[in-house]
Design a protein around this ligand. Structure first.
Ligand SMILES: [Zn+2]
Length: 219
């Protein structure tokens, strides 16, 4: 029997749902064995760690085979950590992603100029995926020009959201879907996304699996 195509959820803070392949955000913490995870230093929590050893710890974790991505990490204007320190840790995490050749799941809040600047300076070739995307057309355009990928979550469920508008037109190999910390099922995100793109849920599942395999080197 052919096994059904799973729902791909590239960013969640919960246990994977039945019938899904999910990347659970493990941050710098422990996680159950045998599930795909991402590891990284979130811009909100930088001050909680011993800054002299945390990057070394991250590099060790990043090499593990169940680690599919580095993140979520990035820049957040509302973090209590200074932008200078955030940018330093973001740059260092890009270097780690480069060394292990894994994509980055990026948290970016009102700091896209910094993101573009650092991406250019780093000359990195690892895929950047901005998660929880719900920003305006102008930012979307710049992200597309910079080869950045998108991940859409619960904002898709809001009528007229920026996420909804962008998902209408975006190339099918430029995005992923996620639940993040929302209490919604990934299936409801897929159903809404399929409606917006005028495809069946099955077709969308196949496309997301294809994207997942090519970007995260899964399977
Ligand atoms: Zn998250």
């Amino acid at each position: 029997m052919v096994s059904p195509v799973p729902f791909i959820n590239i960013h969640t803070h919960s246990q994977p749902e039945e019938g899904t392949v999910a990347i659970v955000d493990a941050g710098m913490g422990d996680y159950p064995n045998g599930i795909p995870v991402s590891v990284g230093i979130h811009p909100w929590y930088i001050n909680k760690y011993d800054k002299t050893v945390i990057l070394e710890k991250l590099f060790l974790k990043a090499q593990r085979s169940e680690v599919l991505a580095i993140g979520e990490c990035g820049l957040d204007k509302f973090s209590e950590v200074s932008m200078e320190v955030q940018e330093y840790f973001f740059r260092e995490q890009i270097k780690i992603a480069e060394k292990v050749n894994k994509p980055m799941i990026i948290h970016c809040v009102k700091a896209f100029d910094g993101l573009f600047k650092i991406k250019k300076e780093s000359k990195t070739t690892v895929p950047f995926i901005v998660h929880g995307y719900n920003n305006n057309d102008n930012i979307a355009k710049q992200l597309l020009e910079n080869g950045v990928l998108f991940s859409f979550g619960k904002a898709l469920l809001n009528e007229g959201s920026n996420a909804e508008k962008l998902l209408h037109n975006i190339e099918s190999n430029s995005f992923f879907l996620e639940t993040d910390n929302a209490t919604v099922s990934i299936m409801s995100i897929f159903e809404k996304a399929a409606t917006l793109r005028k495809v069946s849920v099955e077709e969308l599942k196949e496309q997301m699996l294809l994207n997942f395999k090519s970007i995260f080197k899964y399977g």
